[in-house]
Design a protein around this ligand. Structure first.
Ligand code: NDP
Length: 315
């Protein structure tokens, strides 16, 4: 049978490119888990994806009810779940004030981390039940976790501190809207959320890999400077960022190439190792990358897990 992969945020950028790459192999049925049904359907069609290769299902990660409803709907479809890709994200670098999810959590961390944290925990049951030879749970990371690169050190640097803002409810009222308890900074909130994504992947690996055999992985797909992720940035940045990445840092990758990379993490037998943060070198060869000290801090990963469980209603 075909493998079944759920990809969140498959309506644009990396998610769409990956959905297309997997659908084209004829070996995968892609569940596009998206907040805008019509946009996702149009995106799939204009990417030339064959009708029978995908299903669009509604998922808004800014609402924990929507996450639970998605899991319910997916189970009603009676498809198995072989791979889950937590790819959706928002980035609000120019925001001066925080916005909040339906549950009152700062939006970047609420969507990128907490929504996915609940989704992945609920769908773990479905992954366990699958009889697919290589079941995987993939959470998108970012270069923020690399200390061996220039881009990983551009301010504002990520930092979760002692998680006091998150533990306080990340609501900007009786707690800070930032995980570390500091003043709101939209770019930092995104970077913090990506650290959470990488810590969560490793904590999943420690808790469940041995028992379940499921592969847990994260990756930095390269700088895909053309995606919608930068849609909220100032126009001058959006004009200069792609050529800067292409010619100066040389970290630029096309959406197509990044889609091929993520598709490898989904299905390539040589990328089946669990607990790994994958990256690619200049020749587009994959390698196991090192994470920064904070992004591989086991005590912080455990604490993040426990606080997150409370915020999403799992504990
Ligand atoms: P895009 O903005 O193009 O795609 C993000 C996707 O997430 C969109 O489909 C968007 O939906 C979806 N999304 C946003 N909010 C929600 C929500 N509340 N519920 C459900 N879906 C939502 O960005 P990219 O493709 O660049 O980013 C994909 C991933 O890759 C992210 O995890 C990002 O952190 C990571 N990444 C990207 C890099 C880059 O250089 N671009 C570098 C490193 C990592 P909609 O279409 O409706 O807006």
């Amino acid at each position: 049978r075909k493998g079944v992969v759920v990809i969140t945020g498959a309506s644009s950028g990396l998610g769409l490119a990956t959905a297309k790459a997997l659908a084209e192999t004829g070996k995968w049925h892609v569940i596009m888990a998206c907040r805008d049904f019509l946009k996702a359907e149009k995106a799939a069609q204009s990417a030339g994806m064959a009708k029978e290769s995908y299903t669009v299902m509604h998922l808004d990660l800014a609402s924990l009810d929507s996450v639970r409803q998605f899991v319910h709907n997916f189970r009603q479809s009676e498809r198995p779940l072989d791979v889950l890709v937590c790819n959706a994200a928002i980035y609000r670098p120019t925001a001066r004030t925080p916005t909040y999810t339906a549950n009152g959590y700062e939006m970047s961390v609420g969507v990128n981390h907490l929504g996915h944290f609940l989704l992945a925990n609920l769908l773990l049951e479905d992954l366990k039940k699958s009889d697919y030879p290589s079941r995987r749970l993939i959470i998108l990371g970012s270069i923020t976790g690399n200390t061996n690169t220039l881009a990983g050190n551009v301010p504002p640097k990520a930092g979760l501190g002692d998680l006091r803002g998150l533990a306080g409810g990340l609501n900007g009222r009786n707690s800070s809207a930032m995980i570390d308890g500091g003043d709101f900074d939209g770019a930092k909130a995104y970077k913090d959320s990506k650290i959470c994504n990488m810590l969560t992947m490793q904590e999943f690996h420690r808790r469940f890999h041995e028992e379940t055999g499921i592969t847990f992985a994260s990756l930095y797909p390269g700088c895909i400077a053309t995606t919608g992720l930068f849609r909220e940035h100032i126009p001058l940045f959006r004009l200069l960022f792609p050529p800067f990445q292409r010619f100066i840092t040389k970290g630029f990758v096309s959406e197509e190439e990044s889609g091929r990379r993520l598709a490898q993490v989904v299905s390539d037998p040589s990328l089946a190792k669990s607990g790994v943060y994958w990256s690619w070198n200049k020749d587009s060869a994959s390698f196991e990358n090192q994470l920064s000290q904070e992004a591989s801090d086991t005590a912080k990963a455990r604490k993040l897990w426990e606080v997150s469980e409370k915020l999403v209603g799992l504990a």
